[in-house]
Ligand binder design. Structure first.
Ligand code: C2E
Ligand code: CA
Ligand code: CA
Length: 716
């Protein structure tokens, strides 16, 4: 690095003196400028880099002494040496000048070698002091940590010294990065660079005591790293920054902000939570509340729309949460501090400080639930992502901030278990439930490994003929200690953990095998239908069609004997893909039923586009049908208009059967005919039906009794 020539400023009102001096000094390699009077000189110094001033003491407008005083207000003699030039030897003036802070003086007529010698003396002293100070400052910076990249910015020359570490952090060799400030700014992420520039400018203008920023820097390998930048300006006595130095620390690993949403991440959130916790515990701060929020169907949305859309949704939700919490009157009114963070994939937390009031917190939770209920436009789609919300309030029994987070999480789980899209405040019972649930999950995994499951079958009956039209396969868990466990208990956990997929595959295969056996044994009449429940998670498996094809090939079951029962929750997140997938299943010859019809958020506008074969009326409507048959009637009419078979679930009495027949319903299933039974008992049912027993009821086997019930249907 060759040293730039020193810049001299010659201030003299006499043009002859000025030009002479300029020419001679220029010839000696200085970079010389001149000013005619005091005002012009001060202006020049303000705007330009000057290393030394030759200042005429006698000037008409502003005297040399006044100019000197003005310079000394901004610069020490070491920072900007001034040599006074005087025509007469007046010791008074010179003494005064030296007192004000002149470094030296020369007299006219000018003896140039003397002038040169004095200039050199002043300049070399100035450079020596500069070098010393620079190395001291740099040393102080280096002490900040060898792991940090250091920079030292000469604002006058607009050059930055970047330390070797600064360069290697970004993957570059020492010689590959120069001294241009753009080496830095061009590597800052486009979303961050304006902020960084503004923050530096603010510090240079003394708006901030020091500079500090977090921003992303481009590494040679194309990735961005999160950096913490810190710096401090070095100023003249007058406050003008002429140099700024600082450090850059890689904080990517412990980065405190979630890159996707810009919200604090778990690390930062836990930090804030800990602080609130400590304050509350020492009695210095008020209590606080924690809200834990988990989206209910994010996996579905991600699986069906793709991750990019999923990301967009998370960003949109983050924005809506911010706006909602800030707009909540209790937050606005009391100026409460809050922190919203994303601490996991689709998990958000909100820390509400200075909150002792459960009412306030629930109001916020209600607001959030309502706001998230409004549709989000993601791409060309609208999605309605509900969330389950858990609330925990600080109390002095808590031993650590983690416990509060755990309890808010538990309350969130409880909200999910109670039907999702709602909030719950933590209470101690919840914890017991969570533990039980965790245990269930562990046991379920083991149960699947050990094949502790069995498929039960429930008859689907034609109300017209009273004959068994098919069976619905219903899985049972033969738990080693708890006996038969109801699917209502373990299917939701299996769904959540993904265990439903291997389990569902097993049910599909087992029941298709069984159907094939029955079809071979009971040949009279139309072939038996086997109806298999397909969970939403399973429905969205990309290889579902392939799975079905393989099972049908393997079991040799005719394709039209398989009926898949799907619920609206599987189809609504992305109706278009669902329609496409169902079309593929249909083209294999498989039949499709819409299960639990009427309980979901049925979108009637889509119903006619789903390539369905049947609708199953949910048991809740059938069980209230005798008091109020409006819904059942409407569903039957709807089904008929769409050309679908309608199956009534949960039929328990002969009166219900009569009513259903009156309303035009053709198929039913329920305890009236048969509870779900194992394969052997189901076989007995079919046998009894086919042997047409006419004996008296007494002495009949249970299967024969059921067969009788079946036969009586046709007459009802
Ligand atoms: P679902 O698909 O609505 O199945 C009908 C449920 O109603 C069955 O409960 C059945 O035993 C019950 N049921 C049938 N008739 C009557 C009646 O007359 N009265 C009463 N009170 N209940 C009746 P189950 O077997 O406990 O299954 C519960 C739910 O678990 C099923 O509801 C289904 O959603 C799910 N499930 C069962 N097996 C499977 C499976 O293999 N895969 C998947 N994905 N889900 C399954
Ligand atoms: Ca079903
Ligand atoms: Ca059902």
């Amino acid at each position: 690095m060759t040293k730039a020539p020193d810049s001299l400023l010659v201030v003299d009102d006499d043009s002859l003196n000025r030009d002479l001096m300029m020419r001679r000094l220029s010839r000696r390699g200085f970079n010389v400028s001149s000013a005619v009077g005091g005002e012009a000189a001060l202006q020049w110094i303000k705007e330009n880099q000057v290393d030394l001033v030759l200042l005429d003491i006698e000037m008409p407008e502003t005297s040399g002494l006044d100019v000197l005083s003005a310079i000394r207000r901004d610069y020490t003699p070491a920072q900007l040496p001034v040599i006074m030039v005087t025509g007469k030897i007046s010791s008074d003036d010179m003494v005064q000048a030296l007192n004000i802070g002149a470094n030296d003086y020369i007299t006219k007529p000018i003896d140039f070698p003397v002038v040169l010698a004095r200039i050199q003396t002043q300049l070399s002293r100035k450079h020596a002091e500069e070098a010393l100070r620079e190395s001291e400052e740099r040393y102080a910076l280096a002490a900040l940590g060898a792991n940090d990249g250091l920079w030292d910015w000469d604002l006058i020359k607009s050059k930055i010294y970047f330390s070797p570490r600064w360069k290697s952090m970004l993957g570059w060799e020492e010689h590959e990065i120069g001294e241009d400030p753009d080496e830095w700014f061009q590597r800052i992420h486009p979303d961050d660079v304006d902020r960084v520039r503004a923050d530096i400018a603010g510090h240079l203008k003394e708006l901030t005591p020091h500079y500090e920023d977090e921003y992303r820097m481009l590494h040679r390998n194309g990735n961005y790293l999160w950096m913490l930048g810190r710096g401090l300006a070095v100023r003249t006595n007058g406050g003008k920054a002429y140099r700024m130095a600082g450090s850059q620390t890689d904080i990517t690993r412990g980065k405190v902000v979630d890159i996707l949403t810009g919200l604090p991440n778990r690390v930062l959130f836990m930090d804030r939570l800990s602080r609130s916790f400590e304050r509350a515990r020492r009695g210095r701060g008020k209590a606080f509340a924690l809200i834990f929020l988990d989206l209910d169907s994010f996996k579905l949305i991600n699986d069906s729309f793709g991750h990019l859309m999923g990301d967009q949704l998370l960003v949109a939700i983050a924005g809506r949460l911010e706006a909602t919490v800030r707009a909540t009157d209790t937050v606005a009114r009391f100026g409460r501090n809050h922190t919203i963070a994303r601490i996991g994939g689709d998990e958000f937390t909100i820390l509400l400080e200075d909150t002792t009031n459960a009412v306030d917190v629930t109001r916020i939770a209600e607001r959030i639930a309502k706001e998230l209920g409004e549709p989000f436009a993601i791409g060309s789609q609208e999605v309605f992502p509900t969330a389950s919300i858990g609330i925990a309030l600080y109390n002095p029994n808590y031993q650590s901030p983690e416990e509060i987070l755990r309890d808010a999480d538990t309350a969130m789980y409880s909200a999910k278990a109670l039907g999702k899209g709602r909030y719950e405040i933590f209470d101690a019972n919840m914890r017991a439930n969570t533990i039980a649930r965790l245990q269930l999950e562990t046991e379920l995994r083991r149960g699947i490994e050990r094949k502790e499951f069995e498929v039960y079958y429930q008859a689907l009956v034609s109300l017209e003929t009273g004959r068994i039209w098919g069976f619905e396969a219903l899985v049972r868990w033969k738990h080693s200690t708890r006996g038969l466990v109801s699917p209502n208990e373990f299917i939701p956990v299996a769904e959540e953990t993904g265990l439903i997929v291997p389990l569902g595959q097993w049910v599909l295969k087992t029941s298709c095998q069984q159907a094939r056996i029955w079809q071979a044994r009971f040949e009279s009449g139309p072939p038996l239908l086997i109806s298999v429940n397909l969970s939403a998670r399973h429905f969205l498996q990309p290889d579902l069609v392939q799975q079905c094809r393989e099972v049908l090939d393997e079991t040799q079951l005719s394709h039209s004997s398989l009926n898949l029962e799907v619920t609206e929750s599987a189809m609504m997140p992305d109706p278009e893909s669902a329609i496409d997938l169902m079309g593929q299943l249909k083209s294999l010859g498989i039949k499709l039923a819409l299960d639990d019809f009427g309980t979901g958020y049925s979108s009637l506008s889509y119903l006619h586009r789903f390539p369905l074969d049947s609708l199953k009326i949910d048991r809740s409507f059938v069980s209230h049908m005798m008091e109020d048959d409006e819904i059942v009637r409407a569903i039957i009419t709807l089904g008929r208009n769409l050309g679908l078979k309608v199956i009534a679930e949960g039929v328990e009495t002969i009166d219900q059967i009569k009513k259903l027949k009156d309303l035009g319903c053709e198929y039913a299933q329920g305890y009236y005919f048969s509870v779900p039974v194992n394969a052997q008992e189901a076989t007995d049912l079919l046998t009894a039906q086919n042997s047409r027993l006419t004996a008296t009821l007494d002495g009949w086997s249970p299967a024969a009794k059921k067969a009788y019930a079946l036969a009586s249907v046709a007459e009802a």
